[in-house]
Design a protein around this ligand. Structure first.
Ligand code: ATP
Ligand code: MG
Length: 395
């Protein structure tokens, strides 16, 4: 029954000049999200508001679902827009609205009128009282409750008149694209997809890099990462996924370096490679799914050793999260079922029995000197042979 949706967004971040950029990005992301829904839609900005108009039949739940993935959206209100044809016409429209949306009228309500257009002949208080009275007359089962009503009927006098009474929560955050771009180190695990979601929530667009080690890791493990990228791209927008063949580098490290340092040294090379792609893709930082103390390679000392190879900032949005909290978000964004599929990961294959938990940076650097013969060539090759997969939310 609704032909339009009123999109509410946070006002705090959009003072002054930022407002235009924020709204432009939001409109773009709404269009992207709606592309995966059946039907034709128009997204338009009007006087500090964003409306989605359905130009064809559509599936209500599907549209709600799509809009609820757009960062920057605070609320989604299915709205009825009517022309201003005088108060009596408005009464008819409001009654018709209530009648259609609420077949059972045993409920309390209040009218919340707002005038964005001050030339309307009645002010908000008068409208509240007059519309309330007409509704009580039309539907004797209704009762007014101004403090805790079952429904709040919003009537906003703008160019058109907006009538709505429900607001579905959006994900909040800022529209993707308003805060630059970052390179996500995306594994097939639980954490890194959540990290990508979290950073995108703050308006950062993402690209990703995945390290695989064929034949030790399978094609299915790689497909799982592509699937995860697709799942988070419903929130983040399109992701350019770089798939790096890491096998030769890993084998070389395995041959040359103490095994308890493998994970740290591997991680350092992952960061270096990720940073190269980040530079190419105009990223302003790297993103990982690390959280302090979760495993040996995520102690403060290990993080410091990993961090030391990067010249770009490394963002770790999950740094203070417990696994349980991360899993909750993973489930919420529908990544969890995919993340827990039991495919091998390149880090688990070459893992040492007793990895160092307090690596010493100087010692690690000394171990890495044993790689000096071939590592530059191997890095070069890994960069050159990387595959690029453009991932989008649509199947
Ligand atoms: P995740 O659940 O994200 O795999 P994890 O708990 O398994 O994390 P680690 O294996 O220590 O933790 O990895 C830490 C971070 O390093 C990951 O969150 C991810 O950002 C990055 N990372 C690890 N392995 C890979 C990989 N094969 N490809 C890309 N990034 C990786
Ligand atoms: Mg992992």
């Amino acid at each position: 029954m609704y032909k339009s949706f009123l999109i509410k967004y946070g006002e705090i971040a959009i003072k002054g000049k930022n407002r235009y950029l924020f709204e432009e990005a939001l409109v773009k992301q709404i269009r992207y999200a709606l592309a995966s829904a059946e039907g034709a839609f128009e997204v338009r900005r009007l006087q500090g508001r964003i409306y989605v108009d359905a130009l064809s039949d559509y599936d209500y739940d599907e549209v709600m679902e799509a809009l609820s993935h757009v960062f920057g959206v605070v609320g989604i209100c299915p709205v009825v827009l009517v022309e201003d044809e005088g108060f009596e016409a408005l009464v008819k429209d409001v009654c018709a609205y209530v009648d259609r949306v609420y077949p059972d009228k045993h409920m309390t309500f209040k009218v919340h009128a707002r005038r964005a257009r001050k030339n309307y002949p009645m002010d908000s208080m008068q409208l509240n009282a007059a519309l309330g009275e007409k509704l009580l007359l039309a539907f004797p089962d209704l009762k007014v409750d101004v403090h805790h009503p079952d429904i709040t009927l919003c009537v906003e006098i703008r160019e058109n008149i907006n009538i709505y009474s429900t607001e579905h929560p959006g994900p909040g955050g800022m529209p993707v694209g308003t805060n630059g771009r970052a390179m996500l180190l995306l594994s097939g695990g639980i954490d890194s997809p959540v990290a990508g979601y979290m950073i995108a929530k703050r308006g950062v667009a993402i690209d990703a890099v995945y390290f695989h080690a064929p034949p030790y890791t399978s094609e299915r493990a790689k497909q799982k990462v592509v699937d995860l990228a697709r799942i988070i791209s419903r929130y983040t927008g399109p992701i350019r996924l770089h798939v790096v063949n890491f096998t030769d580098i890993q084998l070389y490290i395995y041959e040359q370096c103490p095994h308890e340092e493998l994970t740290i040294i591997m991680r350092r090379y992952m960061m270096k490679i990720a940073e190269c792609f980040a530079g190419q893709d105009h990223c302003l930082g790297l993103v990982t799914g690390e959280s302090i103390g979760q495993v040996a390679s995520q102690t403060m000392q290990s993080l410091a050793a990993t961090n030391a190879v990067c010249s770009m900032p490394v963002y770790r949005p999950l740094i203070g999260f417990d696994k349980k909290e991360i899993i909750e978000i993973s489930e919420k964004i529908d990544a969890y079922e995919t993340s827990i599929l039991p495919y091998e990961d390149c880090c688990t294959i070459f893992v040492a029995k007793h990895p160092v938990t307090k690596p010493n940076l100087r010692a690690i650097e000394r171990s890495e000197q044993k790689l000096s013969d071939k590592i530059e060539g191997l890095l070069q090759k890994a960069l050159e042979t990387a595959e690029v997969i453009e991932v989008e939310g649509k199947e």
